[in-house]
Design a protein around this ligand. Structure first.
Ligand code: NAP
Length: 296
């Protein structure tokens, strides 16, 4: 029997674990993939108060080590469902807790093109900082128009020989400061008002087909494609105990409590205005504190 079962080891889940462990609670941290969550995609974090600059990987690793030092129990298992009585069923085990904190974050949105999943690791990546080095001196493309895509294009411009930044509109959602920097880079080419209509290659990605607004198609030979078209939540498996909004984010009463007593949510998985590191760790600390208080 655990005091708190925390689902997800991104910044929100790890912060919940930190607070619960410091309050001497018995916790179980469940993670489906690897610790860190979306922050691993950040090459540089420059907006976390008190830390001038740190990589997403270093931030996540420091936080993980901090939690491990306090004796966190971590299992790498995918959660299939949770019950109202705080039973958590994973692909391998069934666990029981007094409280549950859902901190499952979001996952990368897919283009949903044929062979997209087949080419992952064979030319397609959703994380420039993780995989950029595999494309030293090669031609790559980034798809997207948000801050992630702009940052990825800049990051890759110092590794790849040529970077195409493909965006479906004329205007970018990302910040102007990044765009200004991009315009100064000789090896970044903008391809606007265009979408990717197919991914081509036998065993590895060899080229992509780009479609403009008039549906004219051009084949662009590239070695790597970095897809940075935003994130989507993955909360369907919790629908029996939480309410979801029309996008699939978890609804809360007050930002922390879900509709089920003893089940809390923290981080990007919930309905909120600002999905950032600062708000994720804030949620994590509040969810753990609330869970401990209400348990007692
Ligand atoms: P985002 O802001 O949601 O941008 C997603 C981009 O992908 C948009 O430009 C969107 O186009 C495009 N897109 C969506 N679906 C598409 C599709 N099916 N095909 C082609 N393009 C598609 O996502 P993000 O860039 O990952 O950023 C997520 C959040 O993290 C944002 O709040 C962002 O500010 C934040 N972030 C901050 C930093 C930083 O502060 N340094 C760094 C990275 C991310 P439209 O514009 O046409 O909708």
């Amino acid at each position: 029997m655990y005091d708190i079962i925390i689902i997800g080891a991104g910044p929100a889940g790890l912060t919940s674990a930190l607070y619960a462990l410091r309050a001497n609670k018995k916790i179980l941290l469940l993670e489906a993939k690897s610790y860190g969550g979306q922050i691993l995609n950040a090459s540089k974090i420059e907006n976390y108060p008190g830390i001038e600059e740190i990589s997403g990987f270093d931030f996540a690793t420091n936080l993980m080590n901090q939690v491990k030092k306090l004796g966190a129990e971590i299992q790498y298992e995918t959660v299939l469902r949770i019950e109202e009585d705080k039973t958590v069923v994973t692909t391998k085990n069934t666990y029981q807790g007094h409280a549950i904190i859902i901190a499952t974050g979001v996952e990368n949105r897919k283009l949903n093109l044929e062979k997209e999943s087949f080419f992952v690791g064979k030319g397609i990546s959703y994380c420039a900082t993780c995989d950029g080095n595999f494309f030293k001196g090669k031609v790559v493309a980034v798809n997207g128009g948000g801050n992630t895509a702009l940052e990825d294009a800049l990051y890759l411009s110092s590794i790849a020989s040529q970077v195409y930044l493909i965006h479906r509109r004329e205007e970018f959602r990302g910040e102007d400061t990044y765009l200004e920097e991009i315009k100064k880079k000789e090896n970044i080419t903008l391809i606007l008002n265009a979408t990717i209509s197919s991914l081509n290659g036998e065993d590895v990605l060899e080229s992509i087909t780009i479609q403009d607004k008039e549906k004219n198609e051009t084949v662009l030979p590239i070695a790597g494609l970095f897809i940075a078209i935003g994130q989507v939540p993955n909360n369907e498996q919790f629908k029996n105990v939480v309410d979801l909004d029309s996008y699939g984010y978890i609804e809360t009463v007050d930002g922390i409590h879900t509709k089920t007593k003893g089940i809390y949510v923290a981080g990007d998985a919930r309905v909120k205005e600002l999905r950032q590191l600062t708000t994720a760790v804030s949620d994590g600390s509040q969810a753990a504190t609330m869970a401990i208080k209400e348990m007692e």
